[in-house]
Design a protein around this ligand. Structure first.
Ligand SMILES: CC(C)(COP(=O)(O)OP(=O)(O)OC[C@H]1O[C@@H](n2cnc3c(N)ncnc32)[C@H](O)[C@@H]1OP(=O)(O)O)[C@@H](O)C(=O)NCCC(=O)NCCS
Length: 218
């Protein structure tokens, strides 16, 4: 997808104007995402005690944002920093390197405190294995501050990137552990292509793929 740090013109007139985040905004975005995911079923499963959950989520999103902002990822937000969409570009392969494990160490501390590190890591490994091999843009995280949900921020952030993927004929993929999000993503063109389930809990992750939509001339 073409690099462009400017706002996305297509939705600017109708709602919050999406733009690429800059590294100085990392602390604010960590807070927004940690708040947004506080009641997320996967977060509740991985970090059951609420205190541990908020700490684990902050550590996880700090790590994720740092890596994406420093590398080839794309972090989209709005002027008021009330939401964020974190995208990972297509890569030929994603081997779990020693460096990845080391980088995850701070979050593993919270996983251990959550009390189910083995089953949780097995579930995360299943999800990783289920990822399609066809090159795609991966929506690693999408979150809107709870006080601003339902106002179009999530849709606007999604469309900023999906419109470009459509223009370039590129697919997208995501995992969601919230059933309410499935129709939301379906409205944006994603389809369920699989499910991953926890062995010891009703937790389900819906795996969703989006083929590019042909343009008016396509
Ligand atoms: C899912 C989420 C990113 C949507 O962002 P948003 O800014 O609220 O989305 P929009 O206003 O553009 O669209 C609203 C739609 O989002 C969906 N939605 C999911 N959770 C929602 C929530 N808590 N509040 C409002 N809408 C929600 C609904 O389908 C809603 O449509 P509806 O009003 O017809 O039911 C946001 O609600 C959120 O951050 N939720 C918690 C974290 C999360 O689940 N992230 C996605 C992980 S895969």
């Amino acid at each position: 997808m073409a690099e462009d740090a400017r706002g996305y013109e297509g939705v600017g007139a109708r709602g919050p104007r999406p733009r690429r985040a800059v590294p100085a905004e990392l602390p604010g975005l960590v807070e927004v995402l940690a708040e947004a995911f506080d009641d997320d079923p996967l977060a509740c499963y991985l970090f059951p005690p609420a205190g541990v959950r908020r700490r684990g989520l902050r550590r996880f999103f700090r790590l994720q944002l740092r890596r994406l902002l420093a590398g080839a990822g794309q972090v989209w937000t709005t002027e008021d920093l009330l939401g964020a969409a974190l995208w990972v570009p297509p890569v030929a392969e994603r081997p779990a390197s020693l460096r990845d494990l080391w980088a995850l160490a701070p979050v593993l501390v919270d996983l251990l405190a959550g009390g189910r590190p083995t089953v949780a890591l097995r579930l995360l490994a299943d999800v990783e294995r289920a990822r399609p091999t066809e090159p795609h843009w991966y929506l690693a995280t999408l979150g809107t501050a709870p006080r601003a949900q339902g106002r179009g921020i999530g849709s606007t952030l999604l469309q900023a990137v999906l419109a470009r993927l459509d223009a370039e004929g590129l697919p997208a993929y995501l995992e969601s552990s919230k059933e309410r999000n499935v129709p939301f993503y379906a409205r944006h063109g994603f389809e369920i292509v699989g499910e991953a389930r926890a062995k010891d809990d009703p937790l389900t992750l819906w795996l969703m793929w989006r083929s590019p939509r042909p343009g008016p001339l396509g």
